[in-house]
Design a protein around this ligand. Structure first.
Ligand code: PMP
Length: 374
């Protein structure tokens, strides 16, 4: 018979796996601000789209389960991405895709993932919550935060436990684009040993640079996509994994039976119609224009040390005193994402490109704040 324990009776959280108890959860941009009780007006901290069409699904009955993989969404995304339907898995956002990859390919307590920080936080969170070690190859601003392929080759030579290599392009939070030629080299050296996972959550802001061509030559390459960014549907929770039928087949064994709710599938299919896709492309191009304007204006400000080139819908900016800028803007209702705690990003803030008005308001307030400091 189990022994009654007062400690765990009072706090059943203590029954969780010891490694899980020690983890720090992923700090979502929303959650950090909510925890601080912040009621901002201009939200430029989560790389969402600033503009969107309202989308109302037709009224439906919900007594039946949805399709395990909504056919219309799969077909349309296949046409959009230039792959075949068997190469696609629809997931609850790119985040579920990351989690599924770890759960499918890493044995808890035995296997590892390799990543190139500063990078997206969920790779490490998913690995750690599933008992996979995280191997970090920190990149340097001097090399534009590009992965060091020779270093990666060394790690893969030495460690047979690395099963997933995460490369984010364009990178969050750096904005760095990894050239397809470099991703091809990573694909060469991971072949037969590990999956190369290329996170293209922001690829619509630089569509010519997709690595999708690698899927033809390398069945172990996986590409992560999402409707959360350029498609302006972060609230929908819809993402995609693109890979070979062999990899997708394994992931299908692990994914929950009905991941995509009926209304989400309807809206996703609507968002992937040819008209919506061309609207998305126009909006993404306009966002890139606003990013360039914002970049030039930020570079001119005293107190800004660097605005890094970004292939995405955000800018990474190094300030003389990021903590002061972040707090002062927050107190004025403008919410950004402080990245100072990531390796090599001391005093860096990530700014999502907003609407024209939001960007202007940001610049006006920022100018005032930086003048006060001078
Ligand atoms: N990858 C990257 C690089 C991201 O920045 C994000 C969202 N912040 C995701 C994946 C996951 O996005 P979602 O789950 O909304 O599709």
């Amino acid at each position: 018979m189990a022994v009654f324990c007062e400690r765990t009776a009072a706090d059943p959280g203590l029954l969780a796996r010891p490694d899980v108890q020690k983890l720090t959860p992923y700090q979502s941009a929303r959650r950090i601000m909510q925890a601080a009780g912040v009621t901002g007006e201009v939200w430029l901290n989560a790389n969402e789209s600033a503009e969107a069409e309202p989308m109302a699904p037709e009224t439906k009955l919900f007594n039946r389960y949805p399709e395990p993989q909504p056919e219309a969404v799969v077909e349309r995304y296949a046409a959009y991405a230039g792959v075949s339907p068997e190469q696609i898995l629809v997931t609850r956002g790119g985040d579920e895709g990351i989690e599924l990859l770890v759960r499918t390919f890493c044995r808890p307590g035995e296997d590892a993932v390799l990543q190139f920080p500063p990078t997206y936080g969920m790779y490490a969170v998913s690995a750690e919550t599933n008992g996979a070690e995280v191997v970090n190859l920190v990149t340097s601003p001097d090399r534009g935060w590009l992965p060091d392929v020779a270093e990666a080759a060394k790690v893969l030579e030495e460690r047979t436990d690395v099963k997933l290599v995460f490369a984010c392009s364009p990178g969050n939070p750096t904005g760095t684009l990894i050239p397809v030629g470099m991703l091809r080299k990573l694909a060469e050296l991971t072949a037969g040993r590990a999956l190369l996972v290329i996170d293209e959550a922001y690829i619509e802001f630089t569509p010519a640079n997709t690595a999708v061509e690698l899927l033809k030559d390398y069945p172990h390459v996986v590409i992560i996509r999402t409707l959360s960014k350029a498609f302006a549907l972060a609230g929908l929770r819809c993402g995609f994994l693109l890979s070979s039928p062999a990899v997708i087949g394994m992931l299908r064994k692990v994914i929950a039976p009905y991941p995509i709710p009926v209304p989400c599938a309807d809206i996703a299919a609507q968002a992937l119609s040819p008209e919506s896709v061309s609207l998305m492309h126009r909006r993404a191009a306009q966002c890139v224009m606003r990013k360039c304007e914002l970049e030039v204006a930020l570079e001119d400000l005293d107190g800004v040390e660097a605005v890094y080139p970004s292939a995405s819908n955000f800018l990474l900016v190094r300030f003389v005193d990021a903590a002061r800028v972040f707090t002062a803007l927050r107190d004025r209702g403008i919410i950004l994402r402080d990245q100072s705690r990531q390796p090599t990003l001391e005093n860096c803030i990530r700014i999502t490109v907003g609407t024209k008005d939001e960007n202007e308001r940001l610049l006006t307030e920022l100018e005032e704040i930086l003048k006060e400091a001078a």
